[in-house]
Design a protein around this ligand. Structure first.
Ligand code: SF4
Length: 338
């Protein structure tokens, strides 16, 4: 038995075809599971042999979800069948929600500002486990009549999504299906620390969703301190690869800059950052460091944060300071607590 939540619509259609079943049943089951929120294959207008096939080959388990904390921004703990756990975060915005998903249990990248990075990689998530996070939170929201309020998905939770790109790609295809959850391409963002092999996979077979890069600092030495992966795949090479990605009209690439006191908050870095990316259809998202226990890094002064923003904006780059929704529960990017 495999999980139905790891099947793209095309997967299901070809399995139906191979087994002599009507392919249109695949769209129907997608509609019932994802749009109507059914958790059963017993659907009135589905042929009996299709229901039997589904029951014999697929299971419908949604991972266990528990609310960990948060008044407005909510952090959930998601537990899979092998008892491994990840966190995902629901962030409110103008009556809707952005759901921040994890792509791995732990993470191999060891970024110096990140809780998850201190623990190493336990395992990759399968596509059905990524989709399962969304289904679990939707189920939680359904009880409050709010299940239709998830409007955006960001891969900014635990893990480096491009280190597990085949599963992330498959999950995105499931999110995008018009017969199912039907998210718009512009509503899904994959955030990477700059894992070059994954970026190459992406540009070889473009997945038309948004990209965000954890940019942090134009100085390769400081960036390597923050993201050790930068020693292997320097920023210069990462930016060159990103330039190869076909960008749809009116799309932006988001550059996340985590500002840390006395490390990368200097005005000269704002100028250098802007020079490097100004021709890449950029948006800059400045995140003042959110102090975590055990870290020597500190939050930068508000005036330096604002000055950094003014400088990048002076190059015509839309720049904003994230008011770290999620501060209360350590849920800012890369700082999910395990
Ligand atoms: S910031 Fe992201 S890529 Fe870096 S260690 Fe944390 S989870 Fe991994």
């Amino acid at each position: 038995m495999v999980s139905i939540y790891g099947q793209t619509l095309d997967d299901l259609k070809s399995q139906f075809k191979e087994n002599g079943l009507n392919e249109s049943g695949a769209s129907l089951i997608y509609n019932y599971l994802y749009k109507k929120g059914h958790e059963s294959f017993t659907i009135a207008n589905l042929a009996k042999e299709t229901i039997r096939f589904l029951e014999e080959h697929y299971e419908l388990t949604i991972p266990e979800v528990s609310l960990e904390s948060g008044e407005e921004t909510k952090k959930f703990l998601i537990r899979f069948s092998d008892f491994e756990e990840v966190e995902c975060v629901l962030i409110p915005f103008q009556g809707k929600h952005t759901l921040c998903l994890s792509s791995q249990v732990g993470c191999a990248m060891k970024c110096s500002f990140c809780y998850t990075g201190t623990q190493g990689l336990s395992r990759h998530l399968e596509a059905f486990e990524i989709v399962g996070q969304l289904m679990a939170v939707k189920k939680y929201l359904r009880e409050k009549n709010l299940e239709k309020t998830i409007s955006n998905i960001v891969f900014m939770g635990q893990g480096e999504p491009l280190h597990n790109f085949s599963a992330v790609r498959k999950a995105c295809e499931i999110f995008l299906s018009q017969h199912g959850l039907s998210f718009g391409r512009e509503k899904i963002t994959i955030s990477t620390a700059g894992y070059l092999p994954g970026l190459k996979e992406w540009s070889a077979d473009p997945l038309k969703v948004n990209l965000a890069l954890s940019f942090h600092c134009p100085d390769e030495r400081i960036r390597s301190e923050l993201i050790p992966l930068n020693k292997q795949y320097p920023l210069k090479e990462v930016l060159a690869e990103i330039k190869k990605l076909p960008l749809e009209k009116k799309r932006f690439i988001t550059f996340e800059i985590l500002l840390i006191k006395d490390l990368n908050d200097r005005e000269e870095y704002a100028h250098q950052s802007a020079h490097l990316i100004k021709d890449m259809s950029p948006l800059i998202n400045i995140i003042p460091f959110n102090p975590i226990p055990g870290s020597s890094y500190e939050r930068p002064l508000d005036e330096l944060v604002e000055r950094f923003r003014e400088v990048t904006e002076s190059y015509g780059i839309p720049s904003m300071v994230r008011k770290t929704k999620g501060d209360e529960i350590l849920a800012a990017c890369g700082q999910l607590k395990s």
